[in-house]
Write a protein that binds this ligand. Structure first.
Ligand SMILES: [Zn+2]
Ligand SMILES: [Zn+2]
Length: 380
């Protein structure tokens, strides 16, 4: 009995020592990076007064639950390492999408965006696009409805543009952020809504990147790429770690246009352009013909302001706030996309700034398309 007690005590002691050693090791791995990042931060503070406000104890606590910058950094670095591993795992399991069909025709009509093509249409820093193919009508994301209006800007614009929810056979949610699910209240409940109340959506098919519910419907959550209509598939979920907001799982849409190639449609673009391109190239044999949607390049300005700070510049890019995107970075991203020779490029103004949009316009010339409420982007 005594021997047994001694033995189990030793095992307990050993596992405690091991645990302490492992956790000290784990901490020290990030400790070096944390110190290096804090040195960067101290240098950046002098040049960027936003950082003092944004990284103050009270604001950090409000967003992340802790006011300790070291702890926020540790979580971010650990999350980034884990999400990179997860991305590599997701990418390694990708098999070519076959027999998913094609469409001779594609029309993308922005229903919610930061800019509109007409004054009688409503705008907000959010996304909802109507996607029409030969056989289907797909609604990609549902805007934000920030003022909880009924009708929401989405439904208001739909009516002005002669579009009815009844025309829609499929809904695809890119990710669970308030500017894509129809509002923060819905995101928090892991659901979505086209307006202030959840109206009946008939028997529409719904595809979500994380498990979500909707009264009377059974949304399909597929983290892997999935065909949602003839010639239309999701890219599958792509993971990224955001400094303030934590892990995000986002999917884009891909449309196979006959004789042209793949048109990618992105929501916020938290996945990063390089991962979206890598995924599309792993998944499809056809070339990338176009890319429309959000990539989150807020450099010269920000669509959202919170406590006097342009939040898009710092929140949602996957970078630390003291090294936000520069126009130089945007030019590198443009080169990456240009190397694929796309014939159709439109940057969503909902999470990118006018400066980044100007760079895209200049780089892609005739291939550039304005992404504005009411302005159809057609390919046939
Ligand atoms: Zn967004
Ligand atoms: Zn987002």
């Amino acid at each position: 009995m005594r021997v047994f007690r001694m033995a189990s005590f030793s095992v307990l002691l050993l596992s405690c020592v091991f645990w302490a050693f492992a956790s000290t090791e784990g901490q020290s791995v990030y400790q070096t990076e944390i110190e290096a990042e804090l040195t960067f931060l101290e240098k950046a503070r002098g040049e960027n007064p936003d950082l003092d406000t944004l990284l103050s104890e009270s604001i950090l606590k409000e967003i992340t639950g802790t006011g300790d910058i070291r702890e926020v950094l540790r979580r971010y670095l650990q999350g980034r390492e884990e999400s990179t591993k997860e991305w590599e795992k997701q990418q390694a399991s990708i098999q070519k999408m076959v027999n998913w069909g094609q469409t001779a025709y594609l029309e993308i009509l922005p229903l919610v965006e930061f800019y509109a093509s007409r004054q009688d249409l409503k705008t907000e820093a959010a996304v909802s696009y109507l996607i029409k193919t030969e056989k289907n009508t797909i609604l990609f994301d549902l805007g934000r409805n920030a003022e909880n209006g009924d009708p929401s800007p989405l439904l208001y614009n739909m009516e002005k543009l002669g579009v009815s929810l009844e025309d829609v056979d499929t809904i695809v949610i890119s990710h669970n952020h308030d500017d894509h699910t129809g509002g923060g209240e819905w995101s928090r409940q892991k659901t979505f809504s086209a307006t202030a109340t959840q109206i009946p959506l008939g028997n529409k098919k719904v595809y979500t990147p994380i498990p979500m519910t909707y009264p009377g419907l059974e949304p399909i959550c597929s983290t892997k790429p999935i065909r949602v209509a003839q010639g239309v598939a999701t890219t599958g979920v792509i993971t990224n770690q955001l400094f303030f907001l934590g892990r995000i799982e986002e999917q884009a849409l891909a449309v196979n246009v006959s004789g042209k190639g793949i048109v990618l449609i992105a929501g916020c673009g938290h996945q990063t352009l390089s991962r979206i391109i890598d995924r599309a190239e792993a998944l499809f044999d056809q070339p990338i013909y176009g890319l429309i949607g959000g990539l989150h390049y807020a450099v010269t300005g920000s669509r959202g302001s919170w406590k006097g700070i342009g939040v898009h510049r710092y929140v949602g890019t996957g970078r630390v706030p003291w090294r936000p995107y520069t126009l130089e970075d945007v030019r590198h991203k443009i080169e990456m996309l240009k190397a694929r020779n796309p014939q159709l490029v439109g940057l969503s103004p909902h999470d990118s700034c006018d400066g980044a949009m100007a760079q895209f316009r200049q780089a892609f010339g005739d291939a550039y398309r304005y992404v504005e409420v009411g302005k159809k982007i057609s390919i046939n």
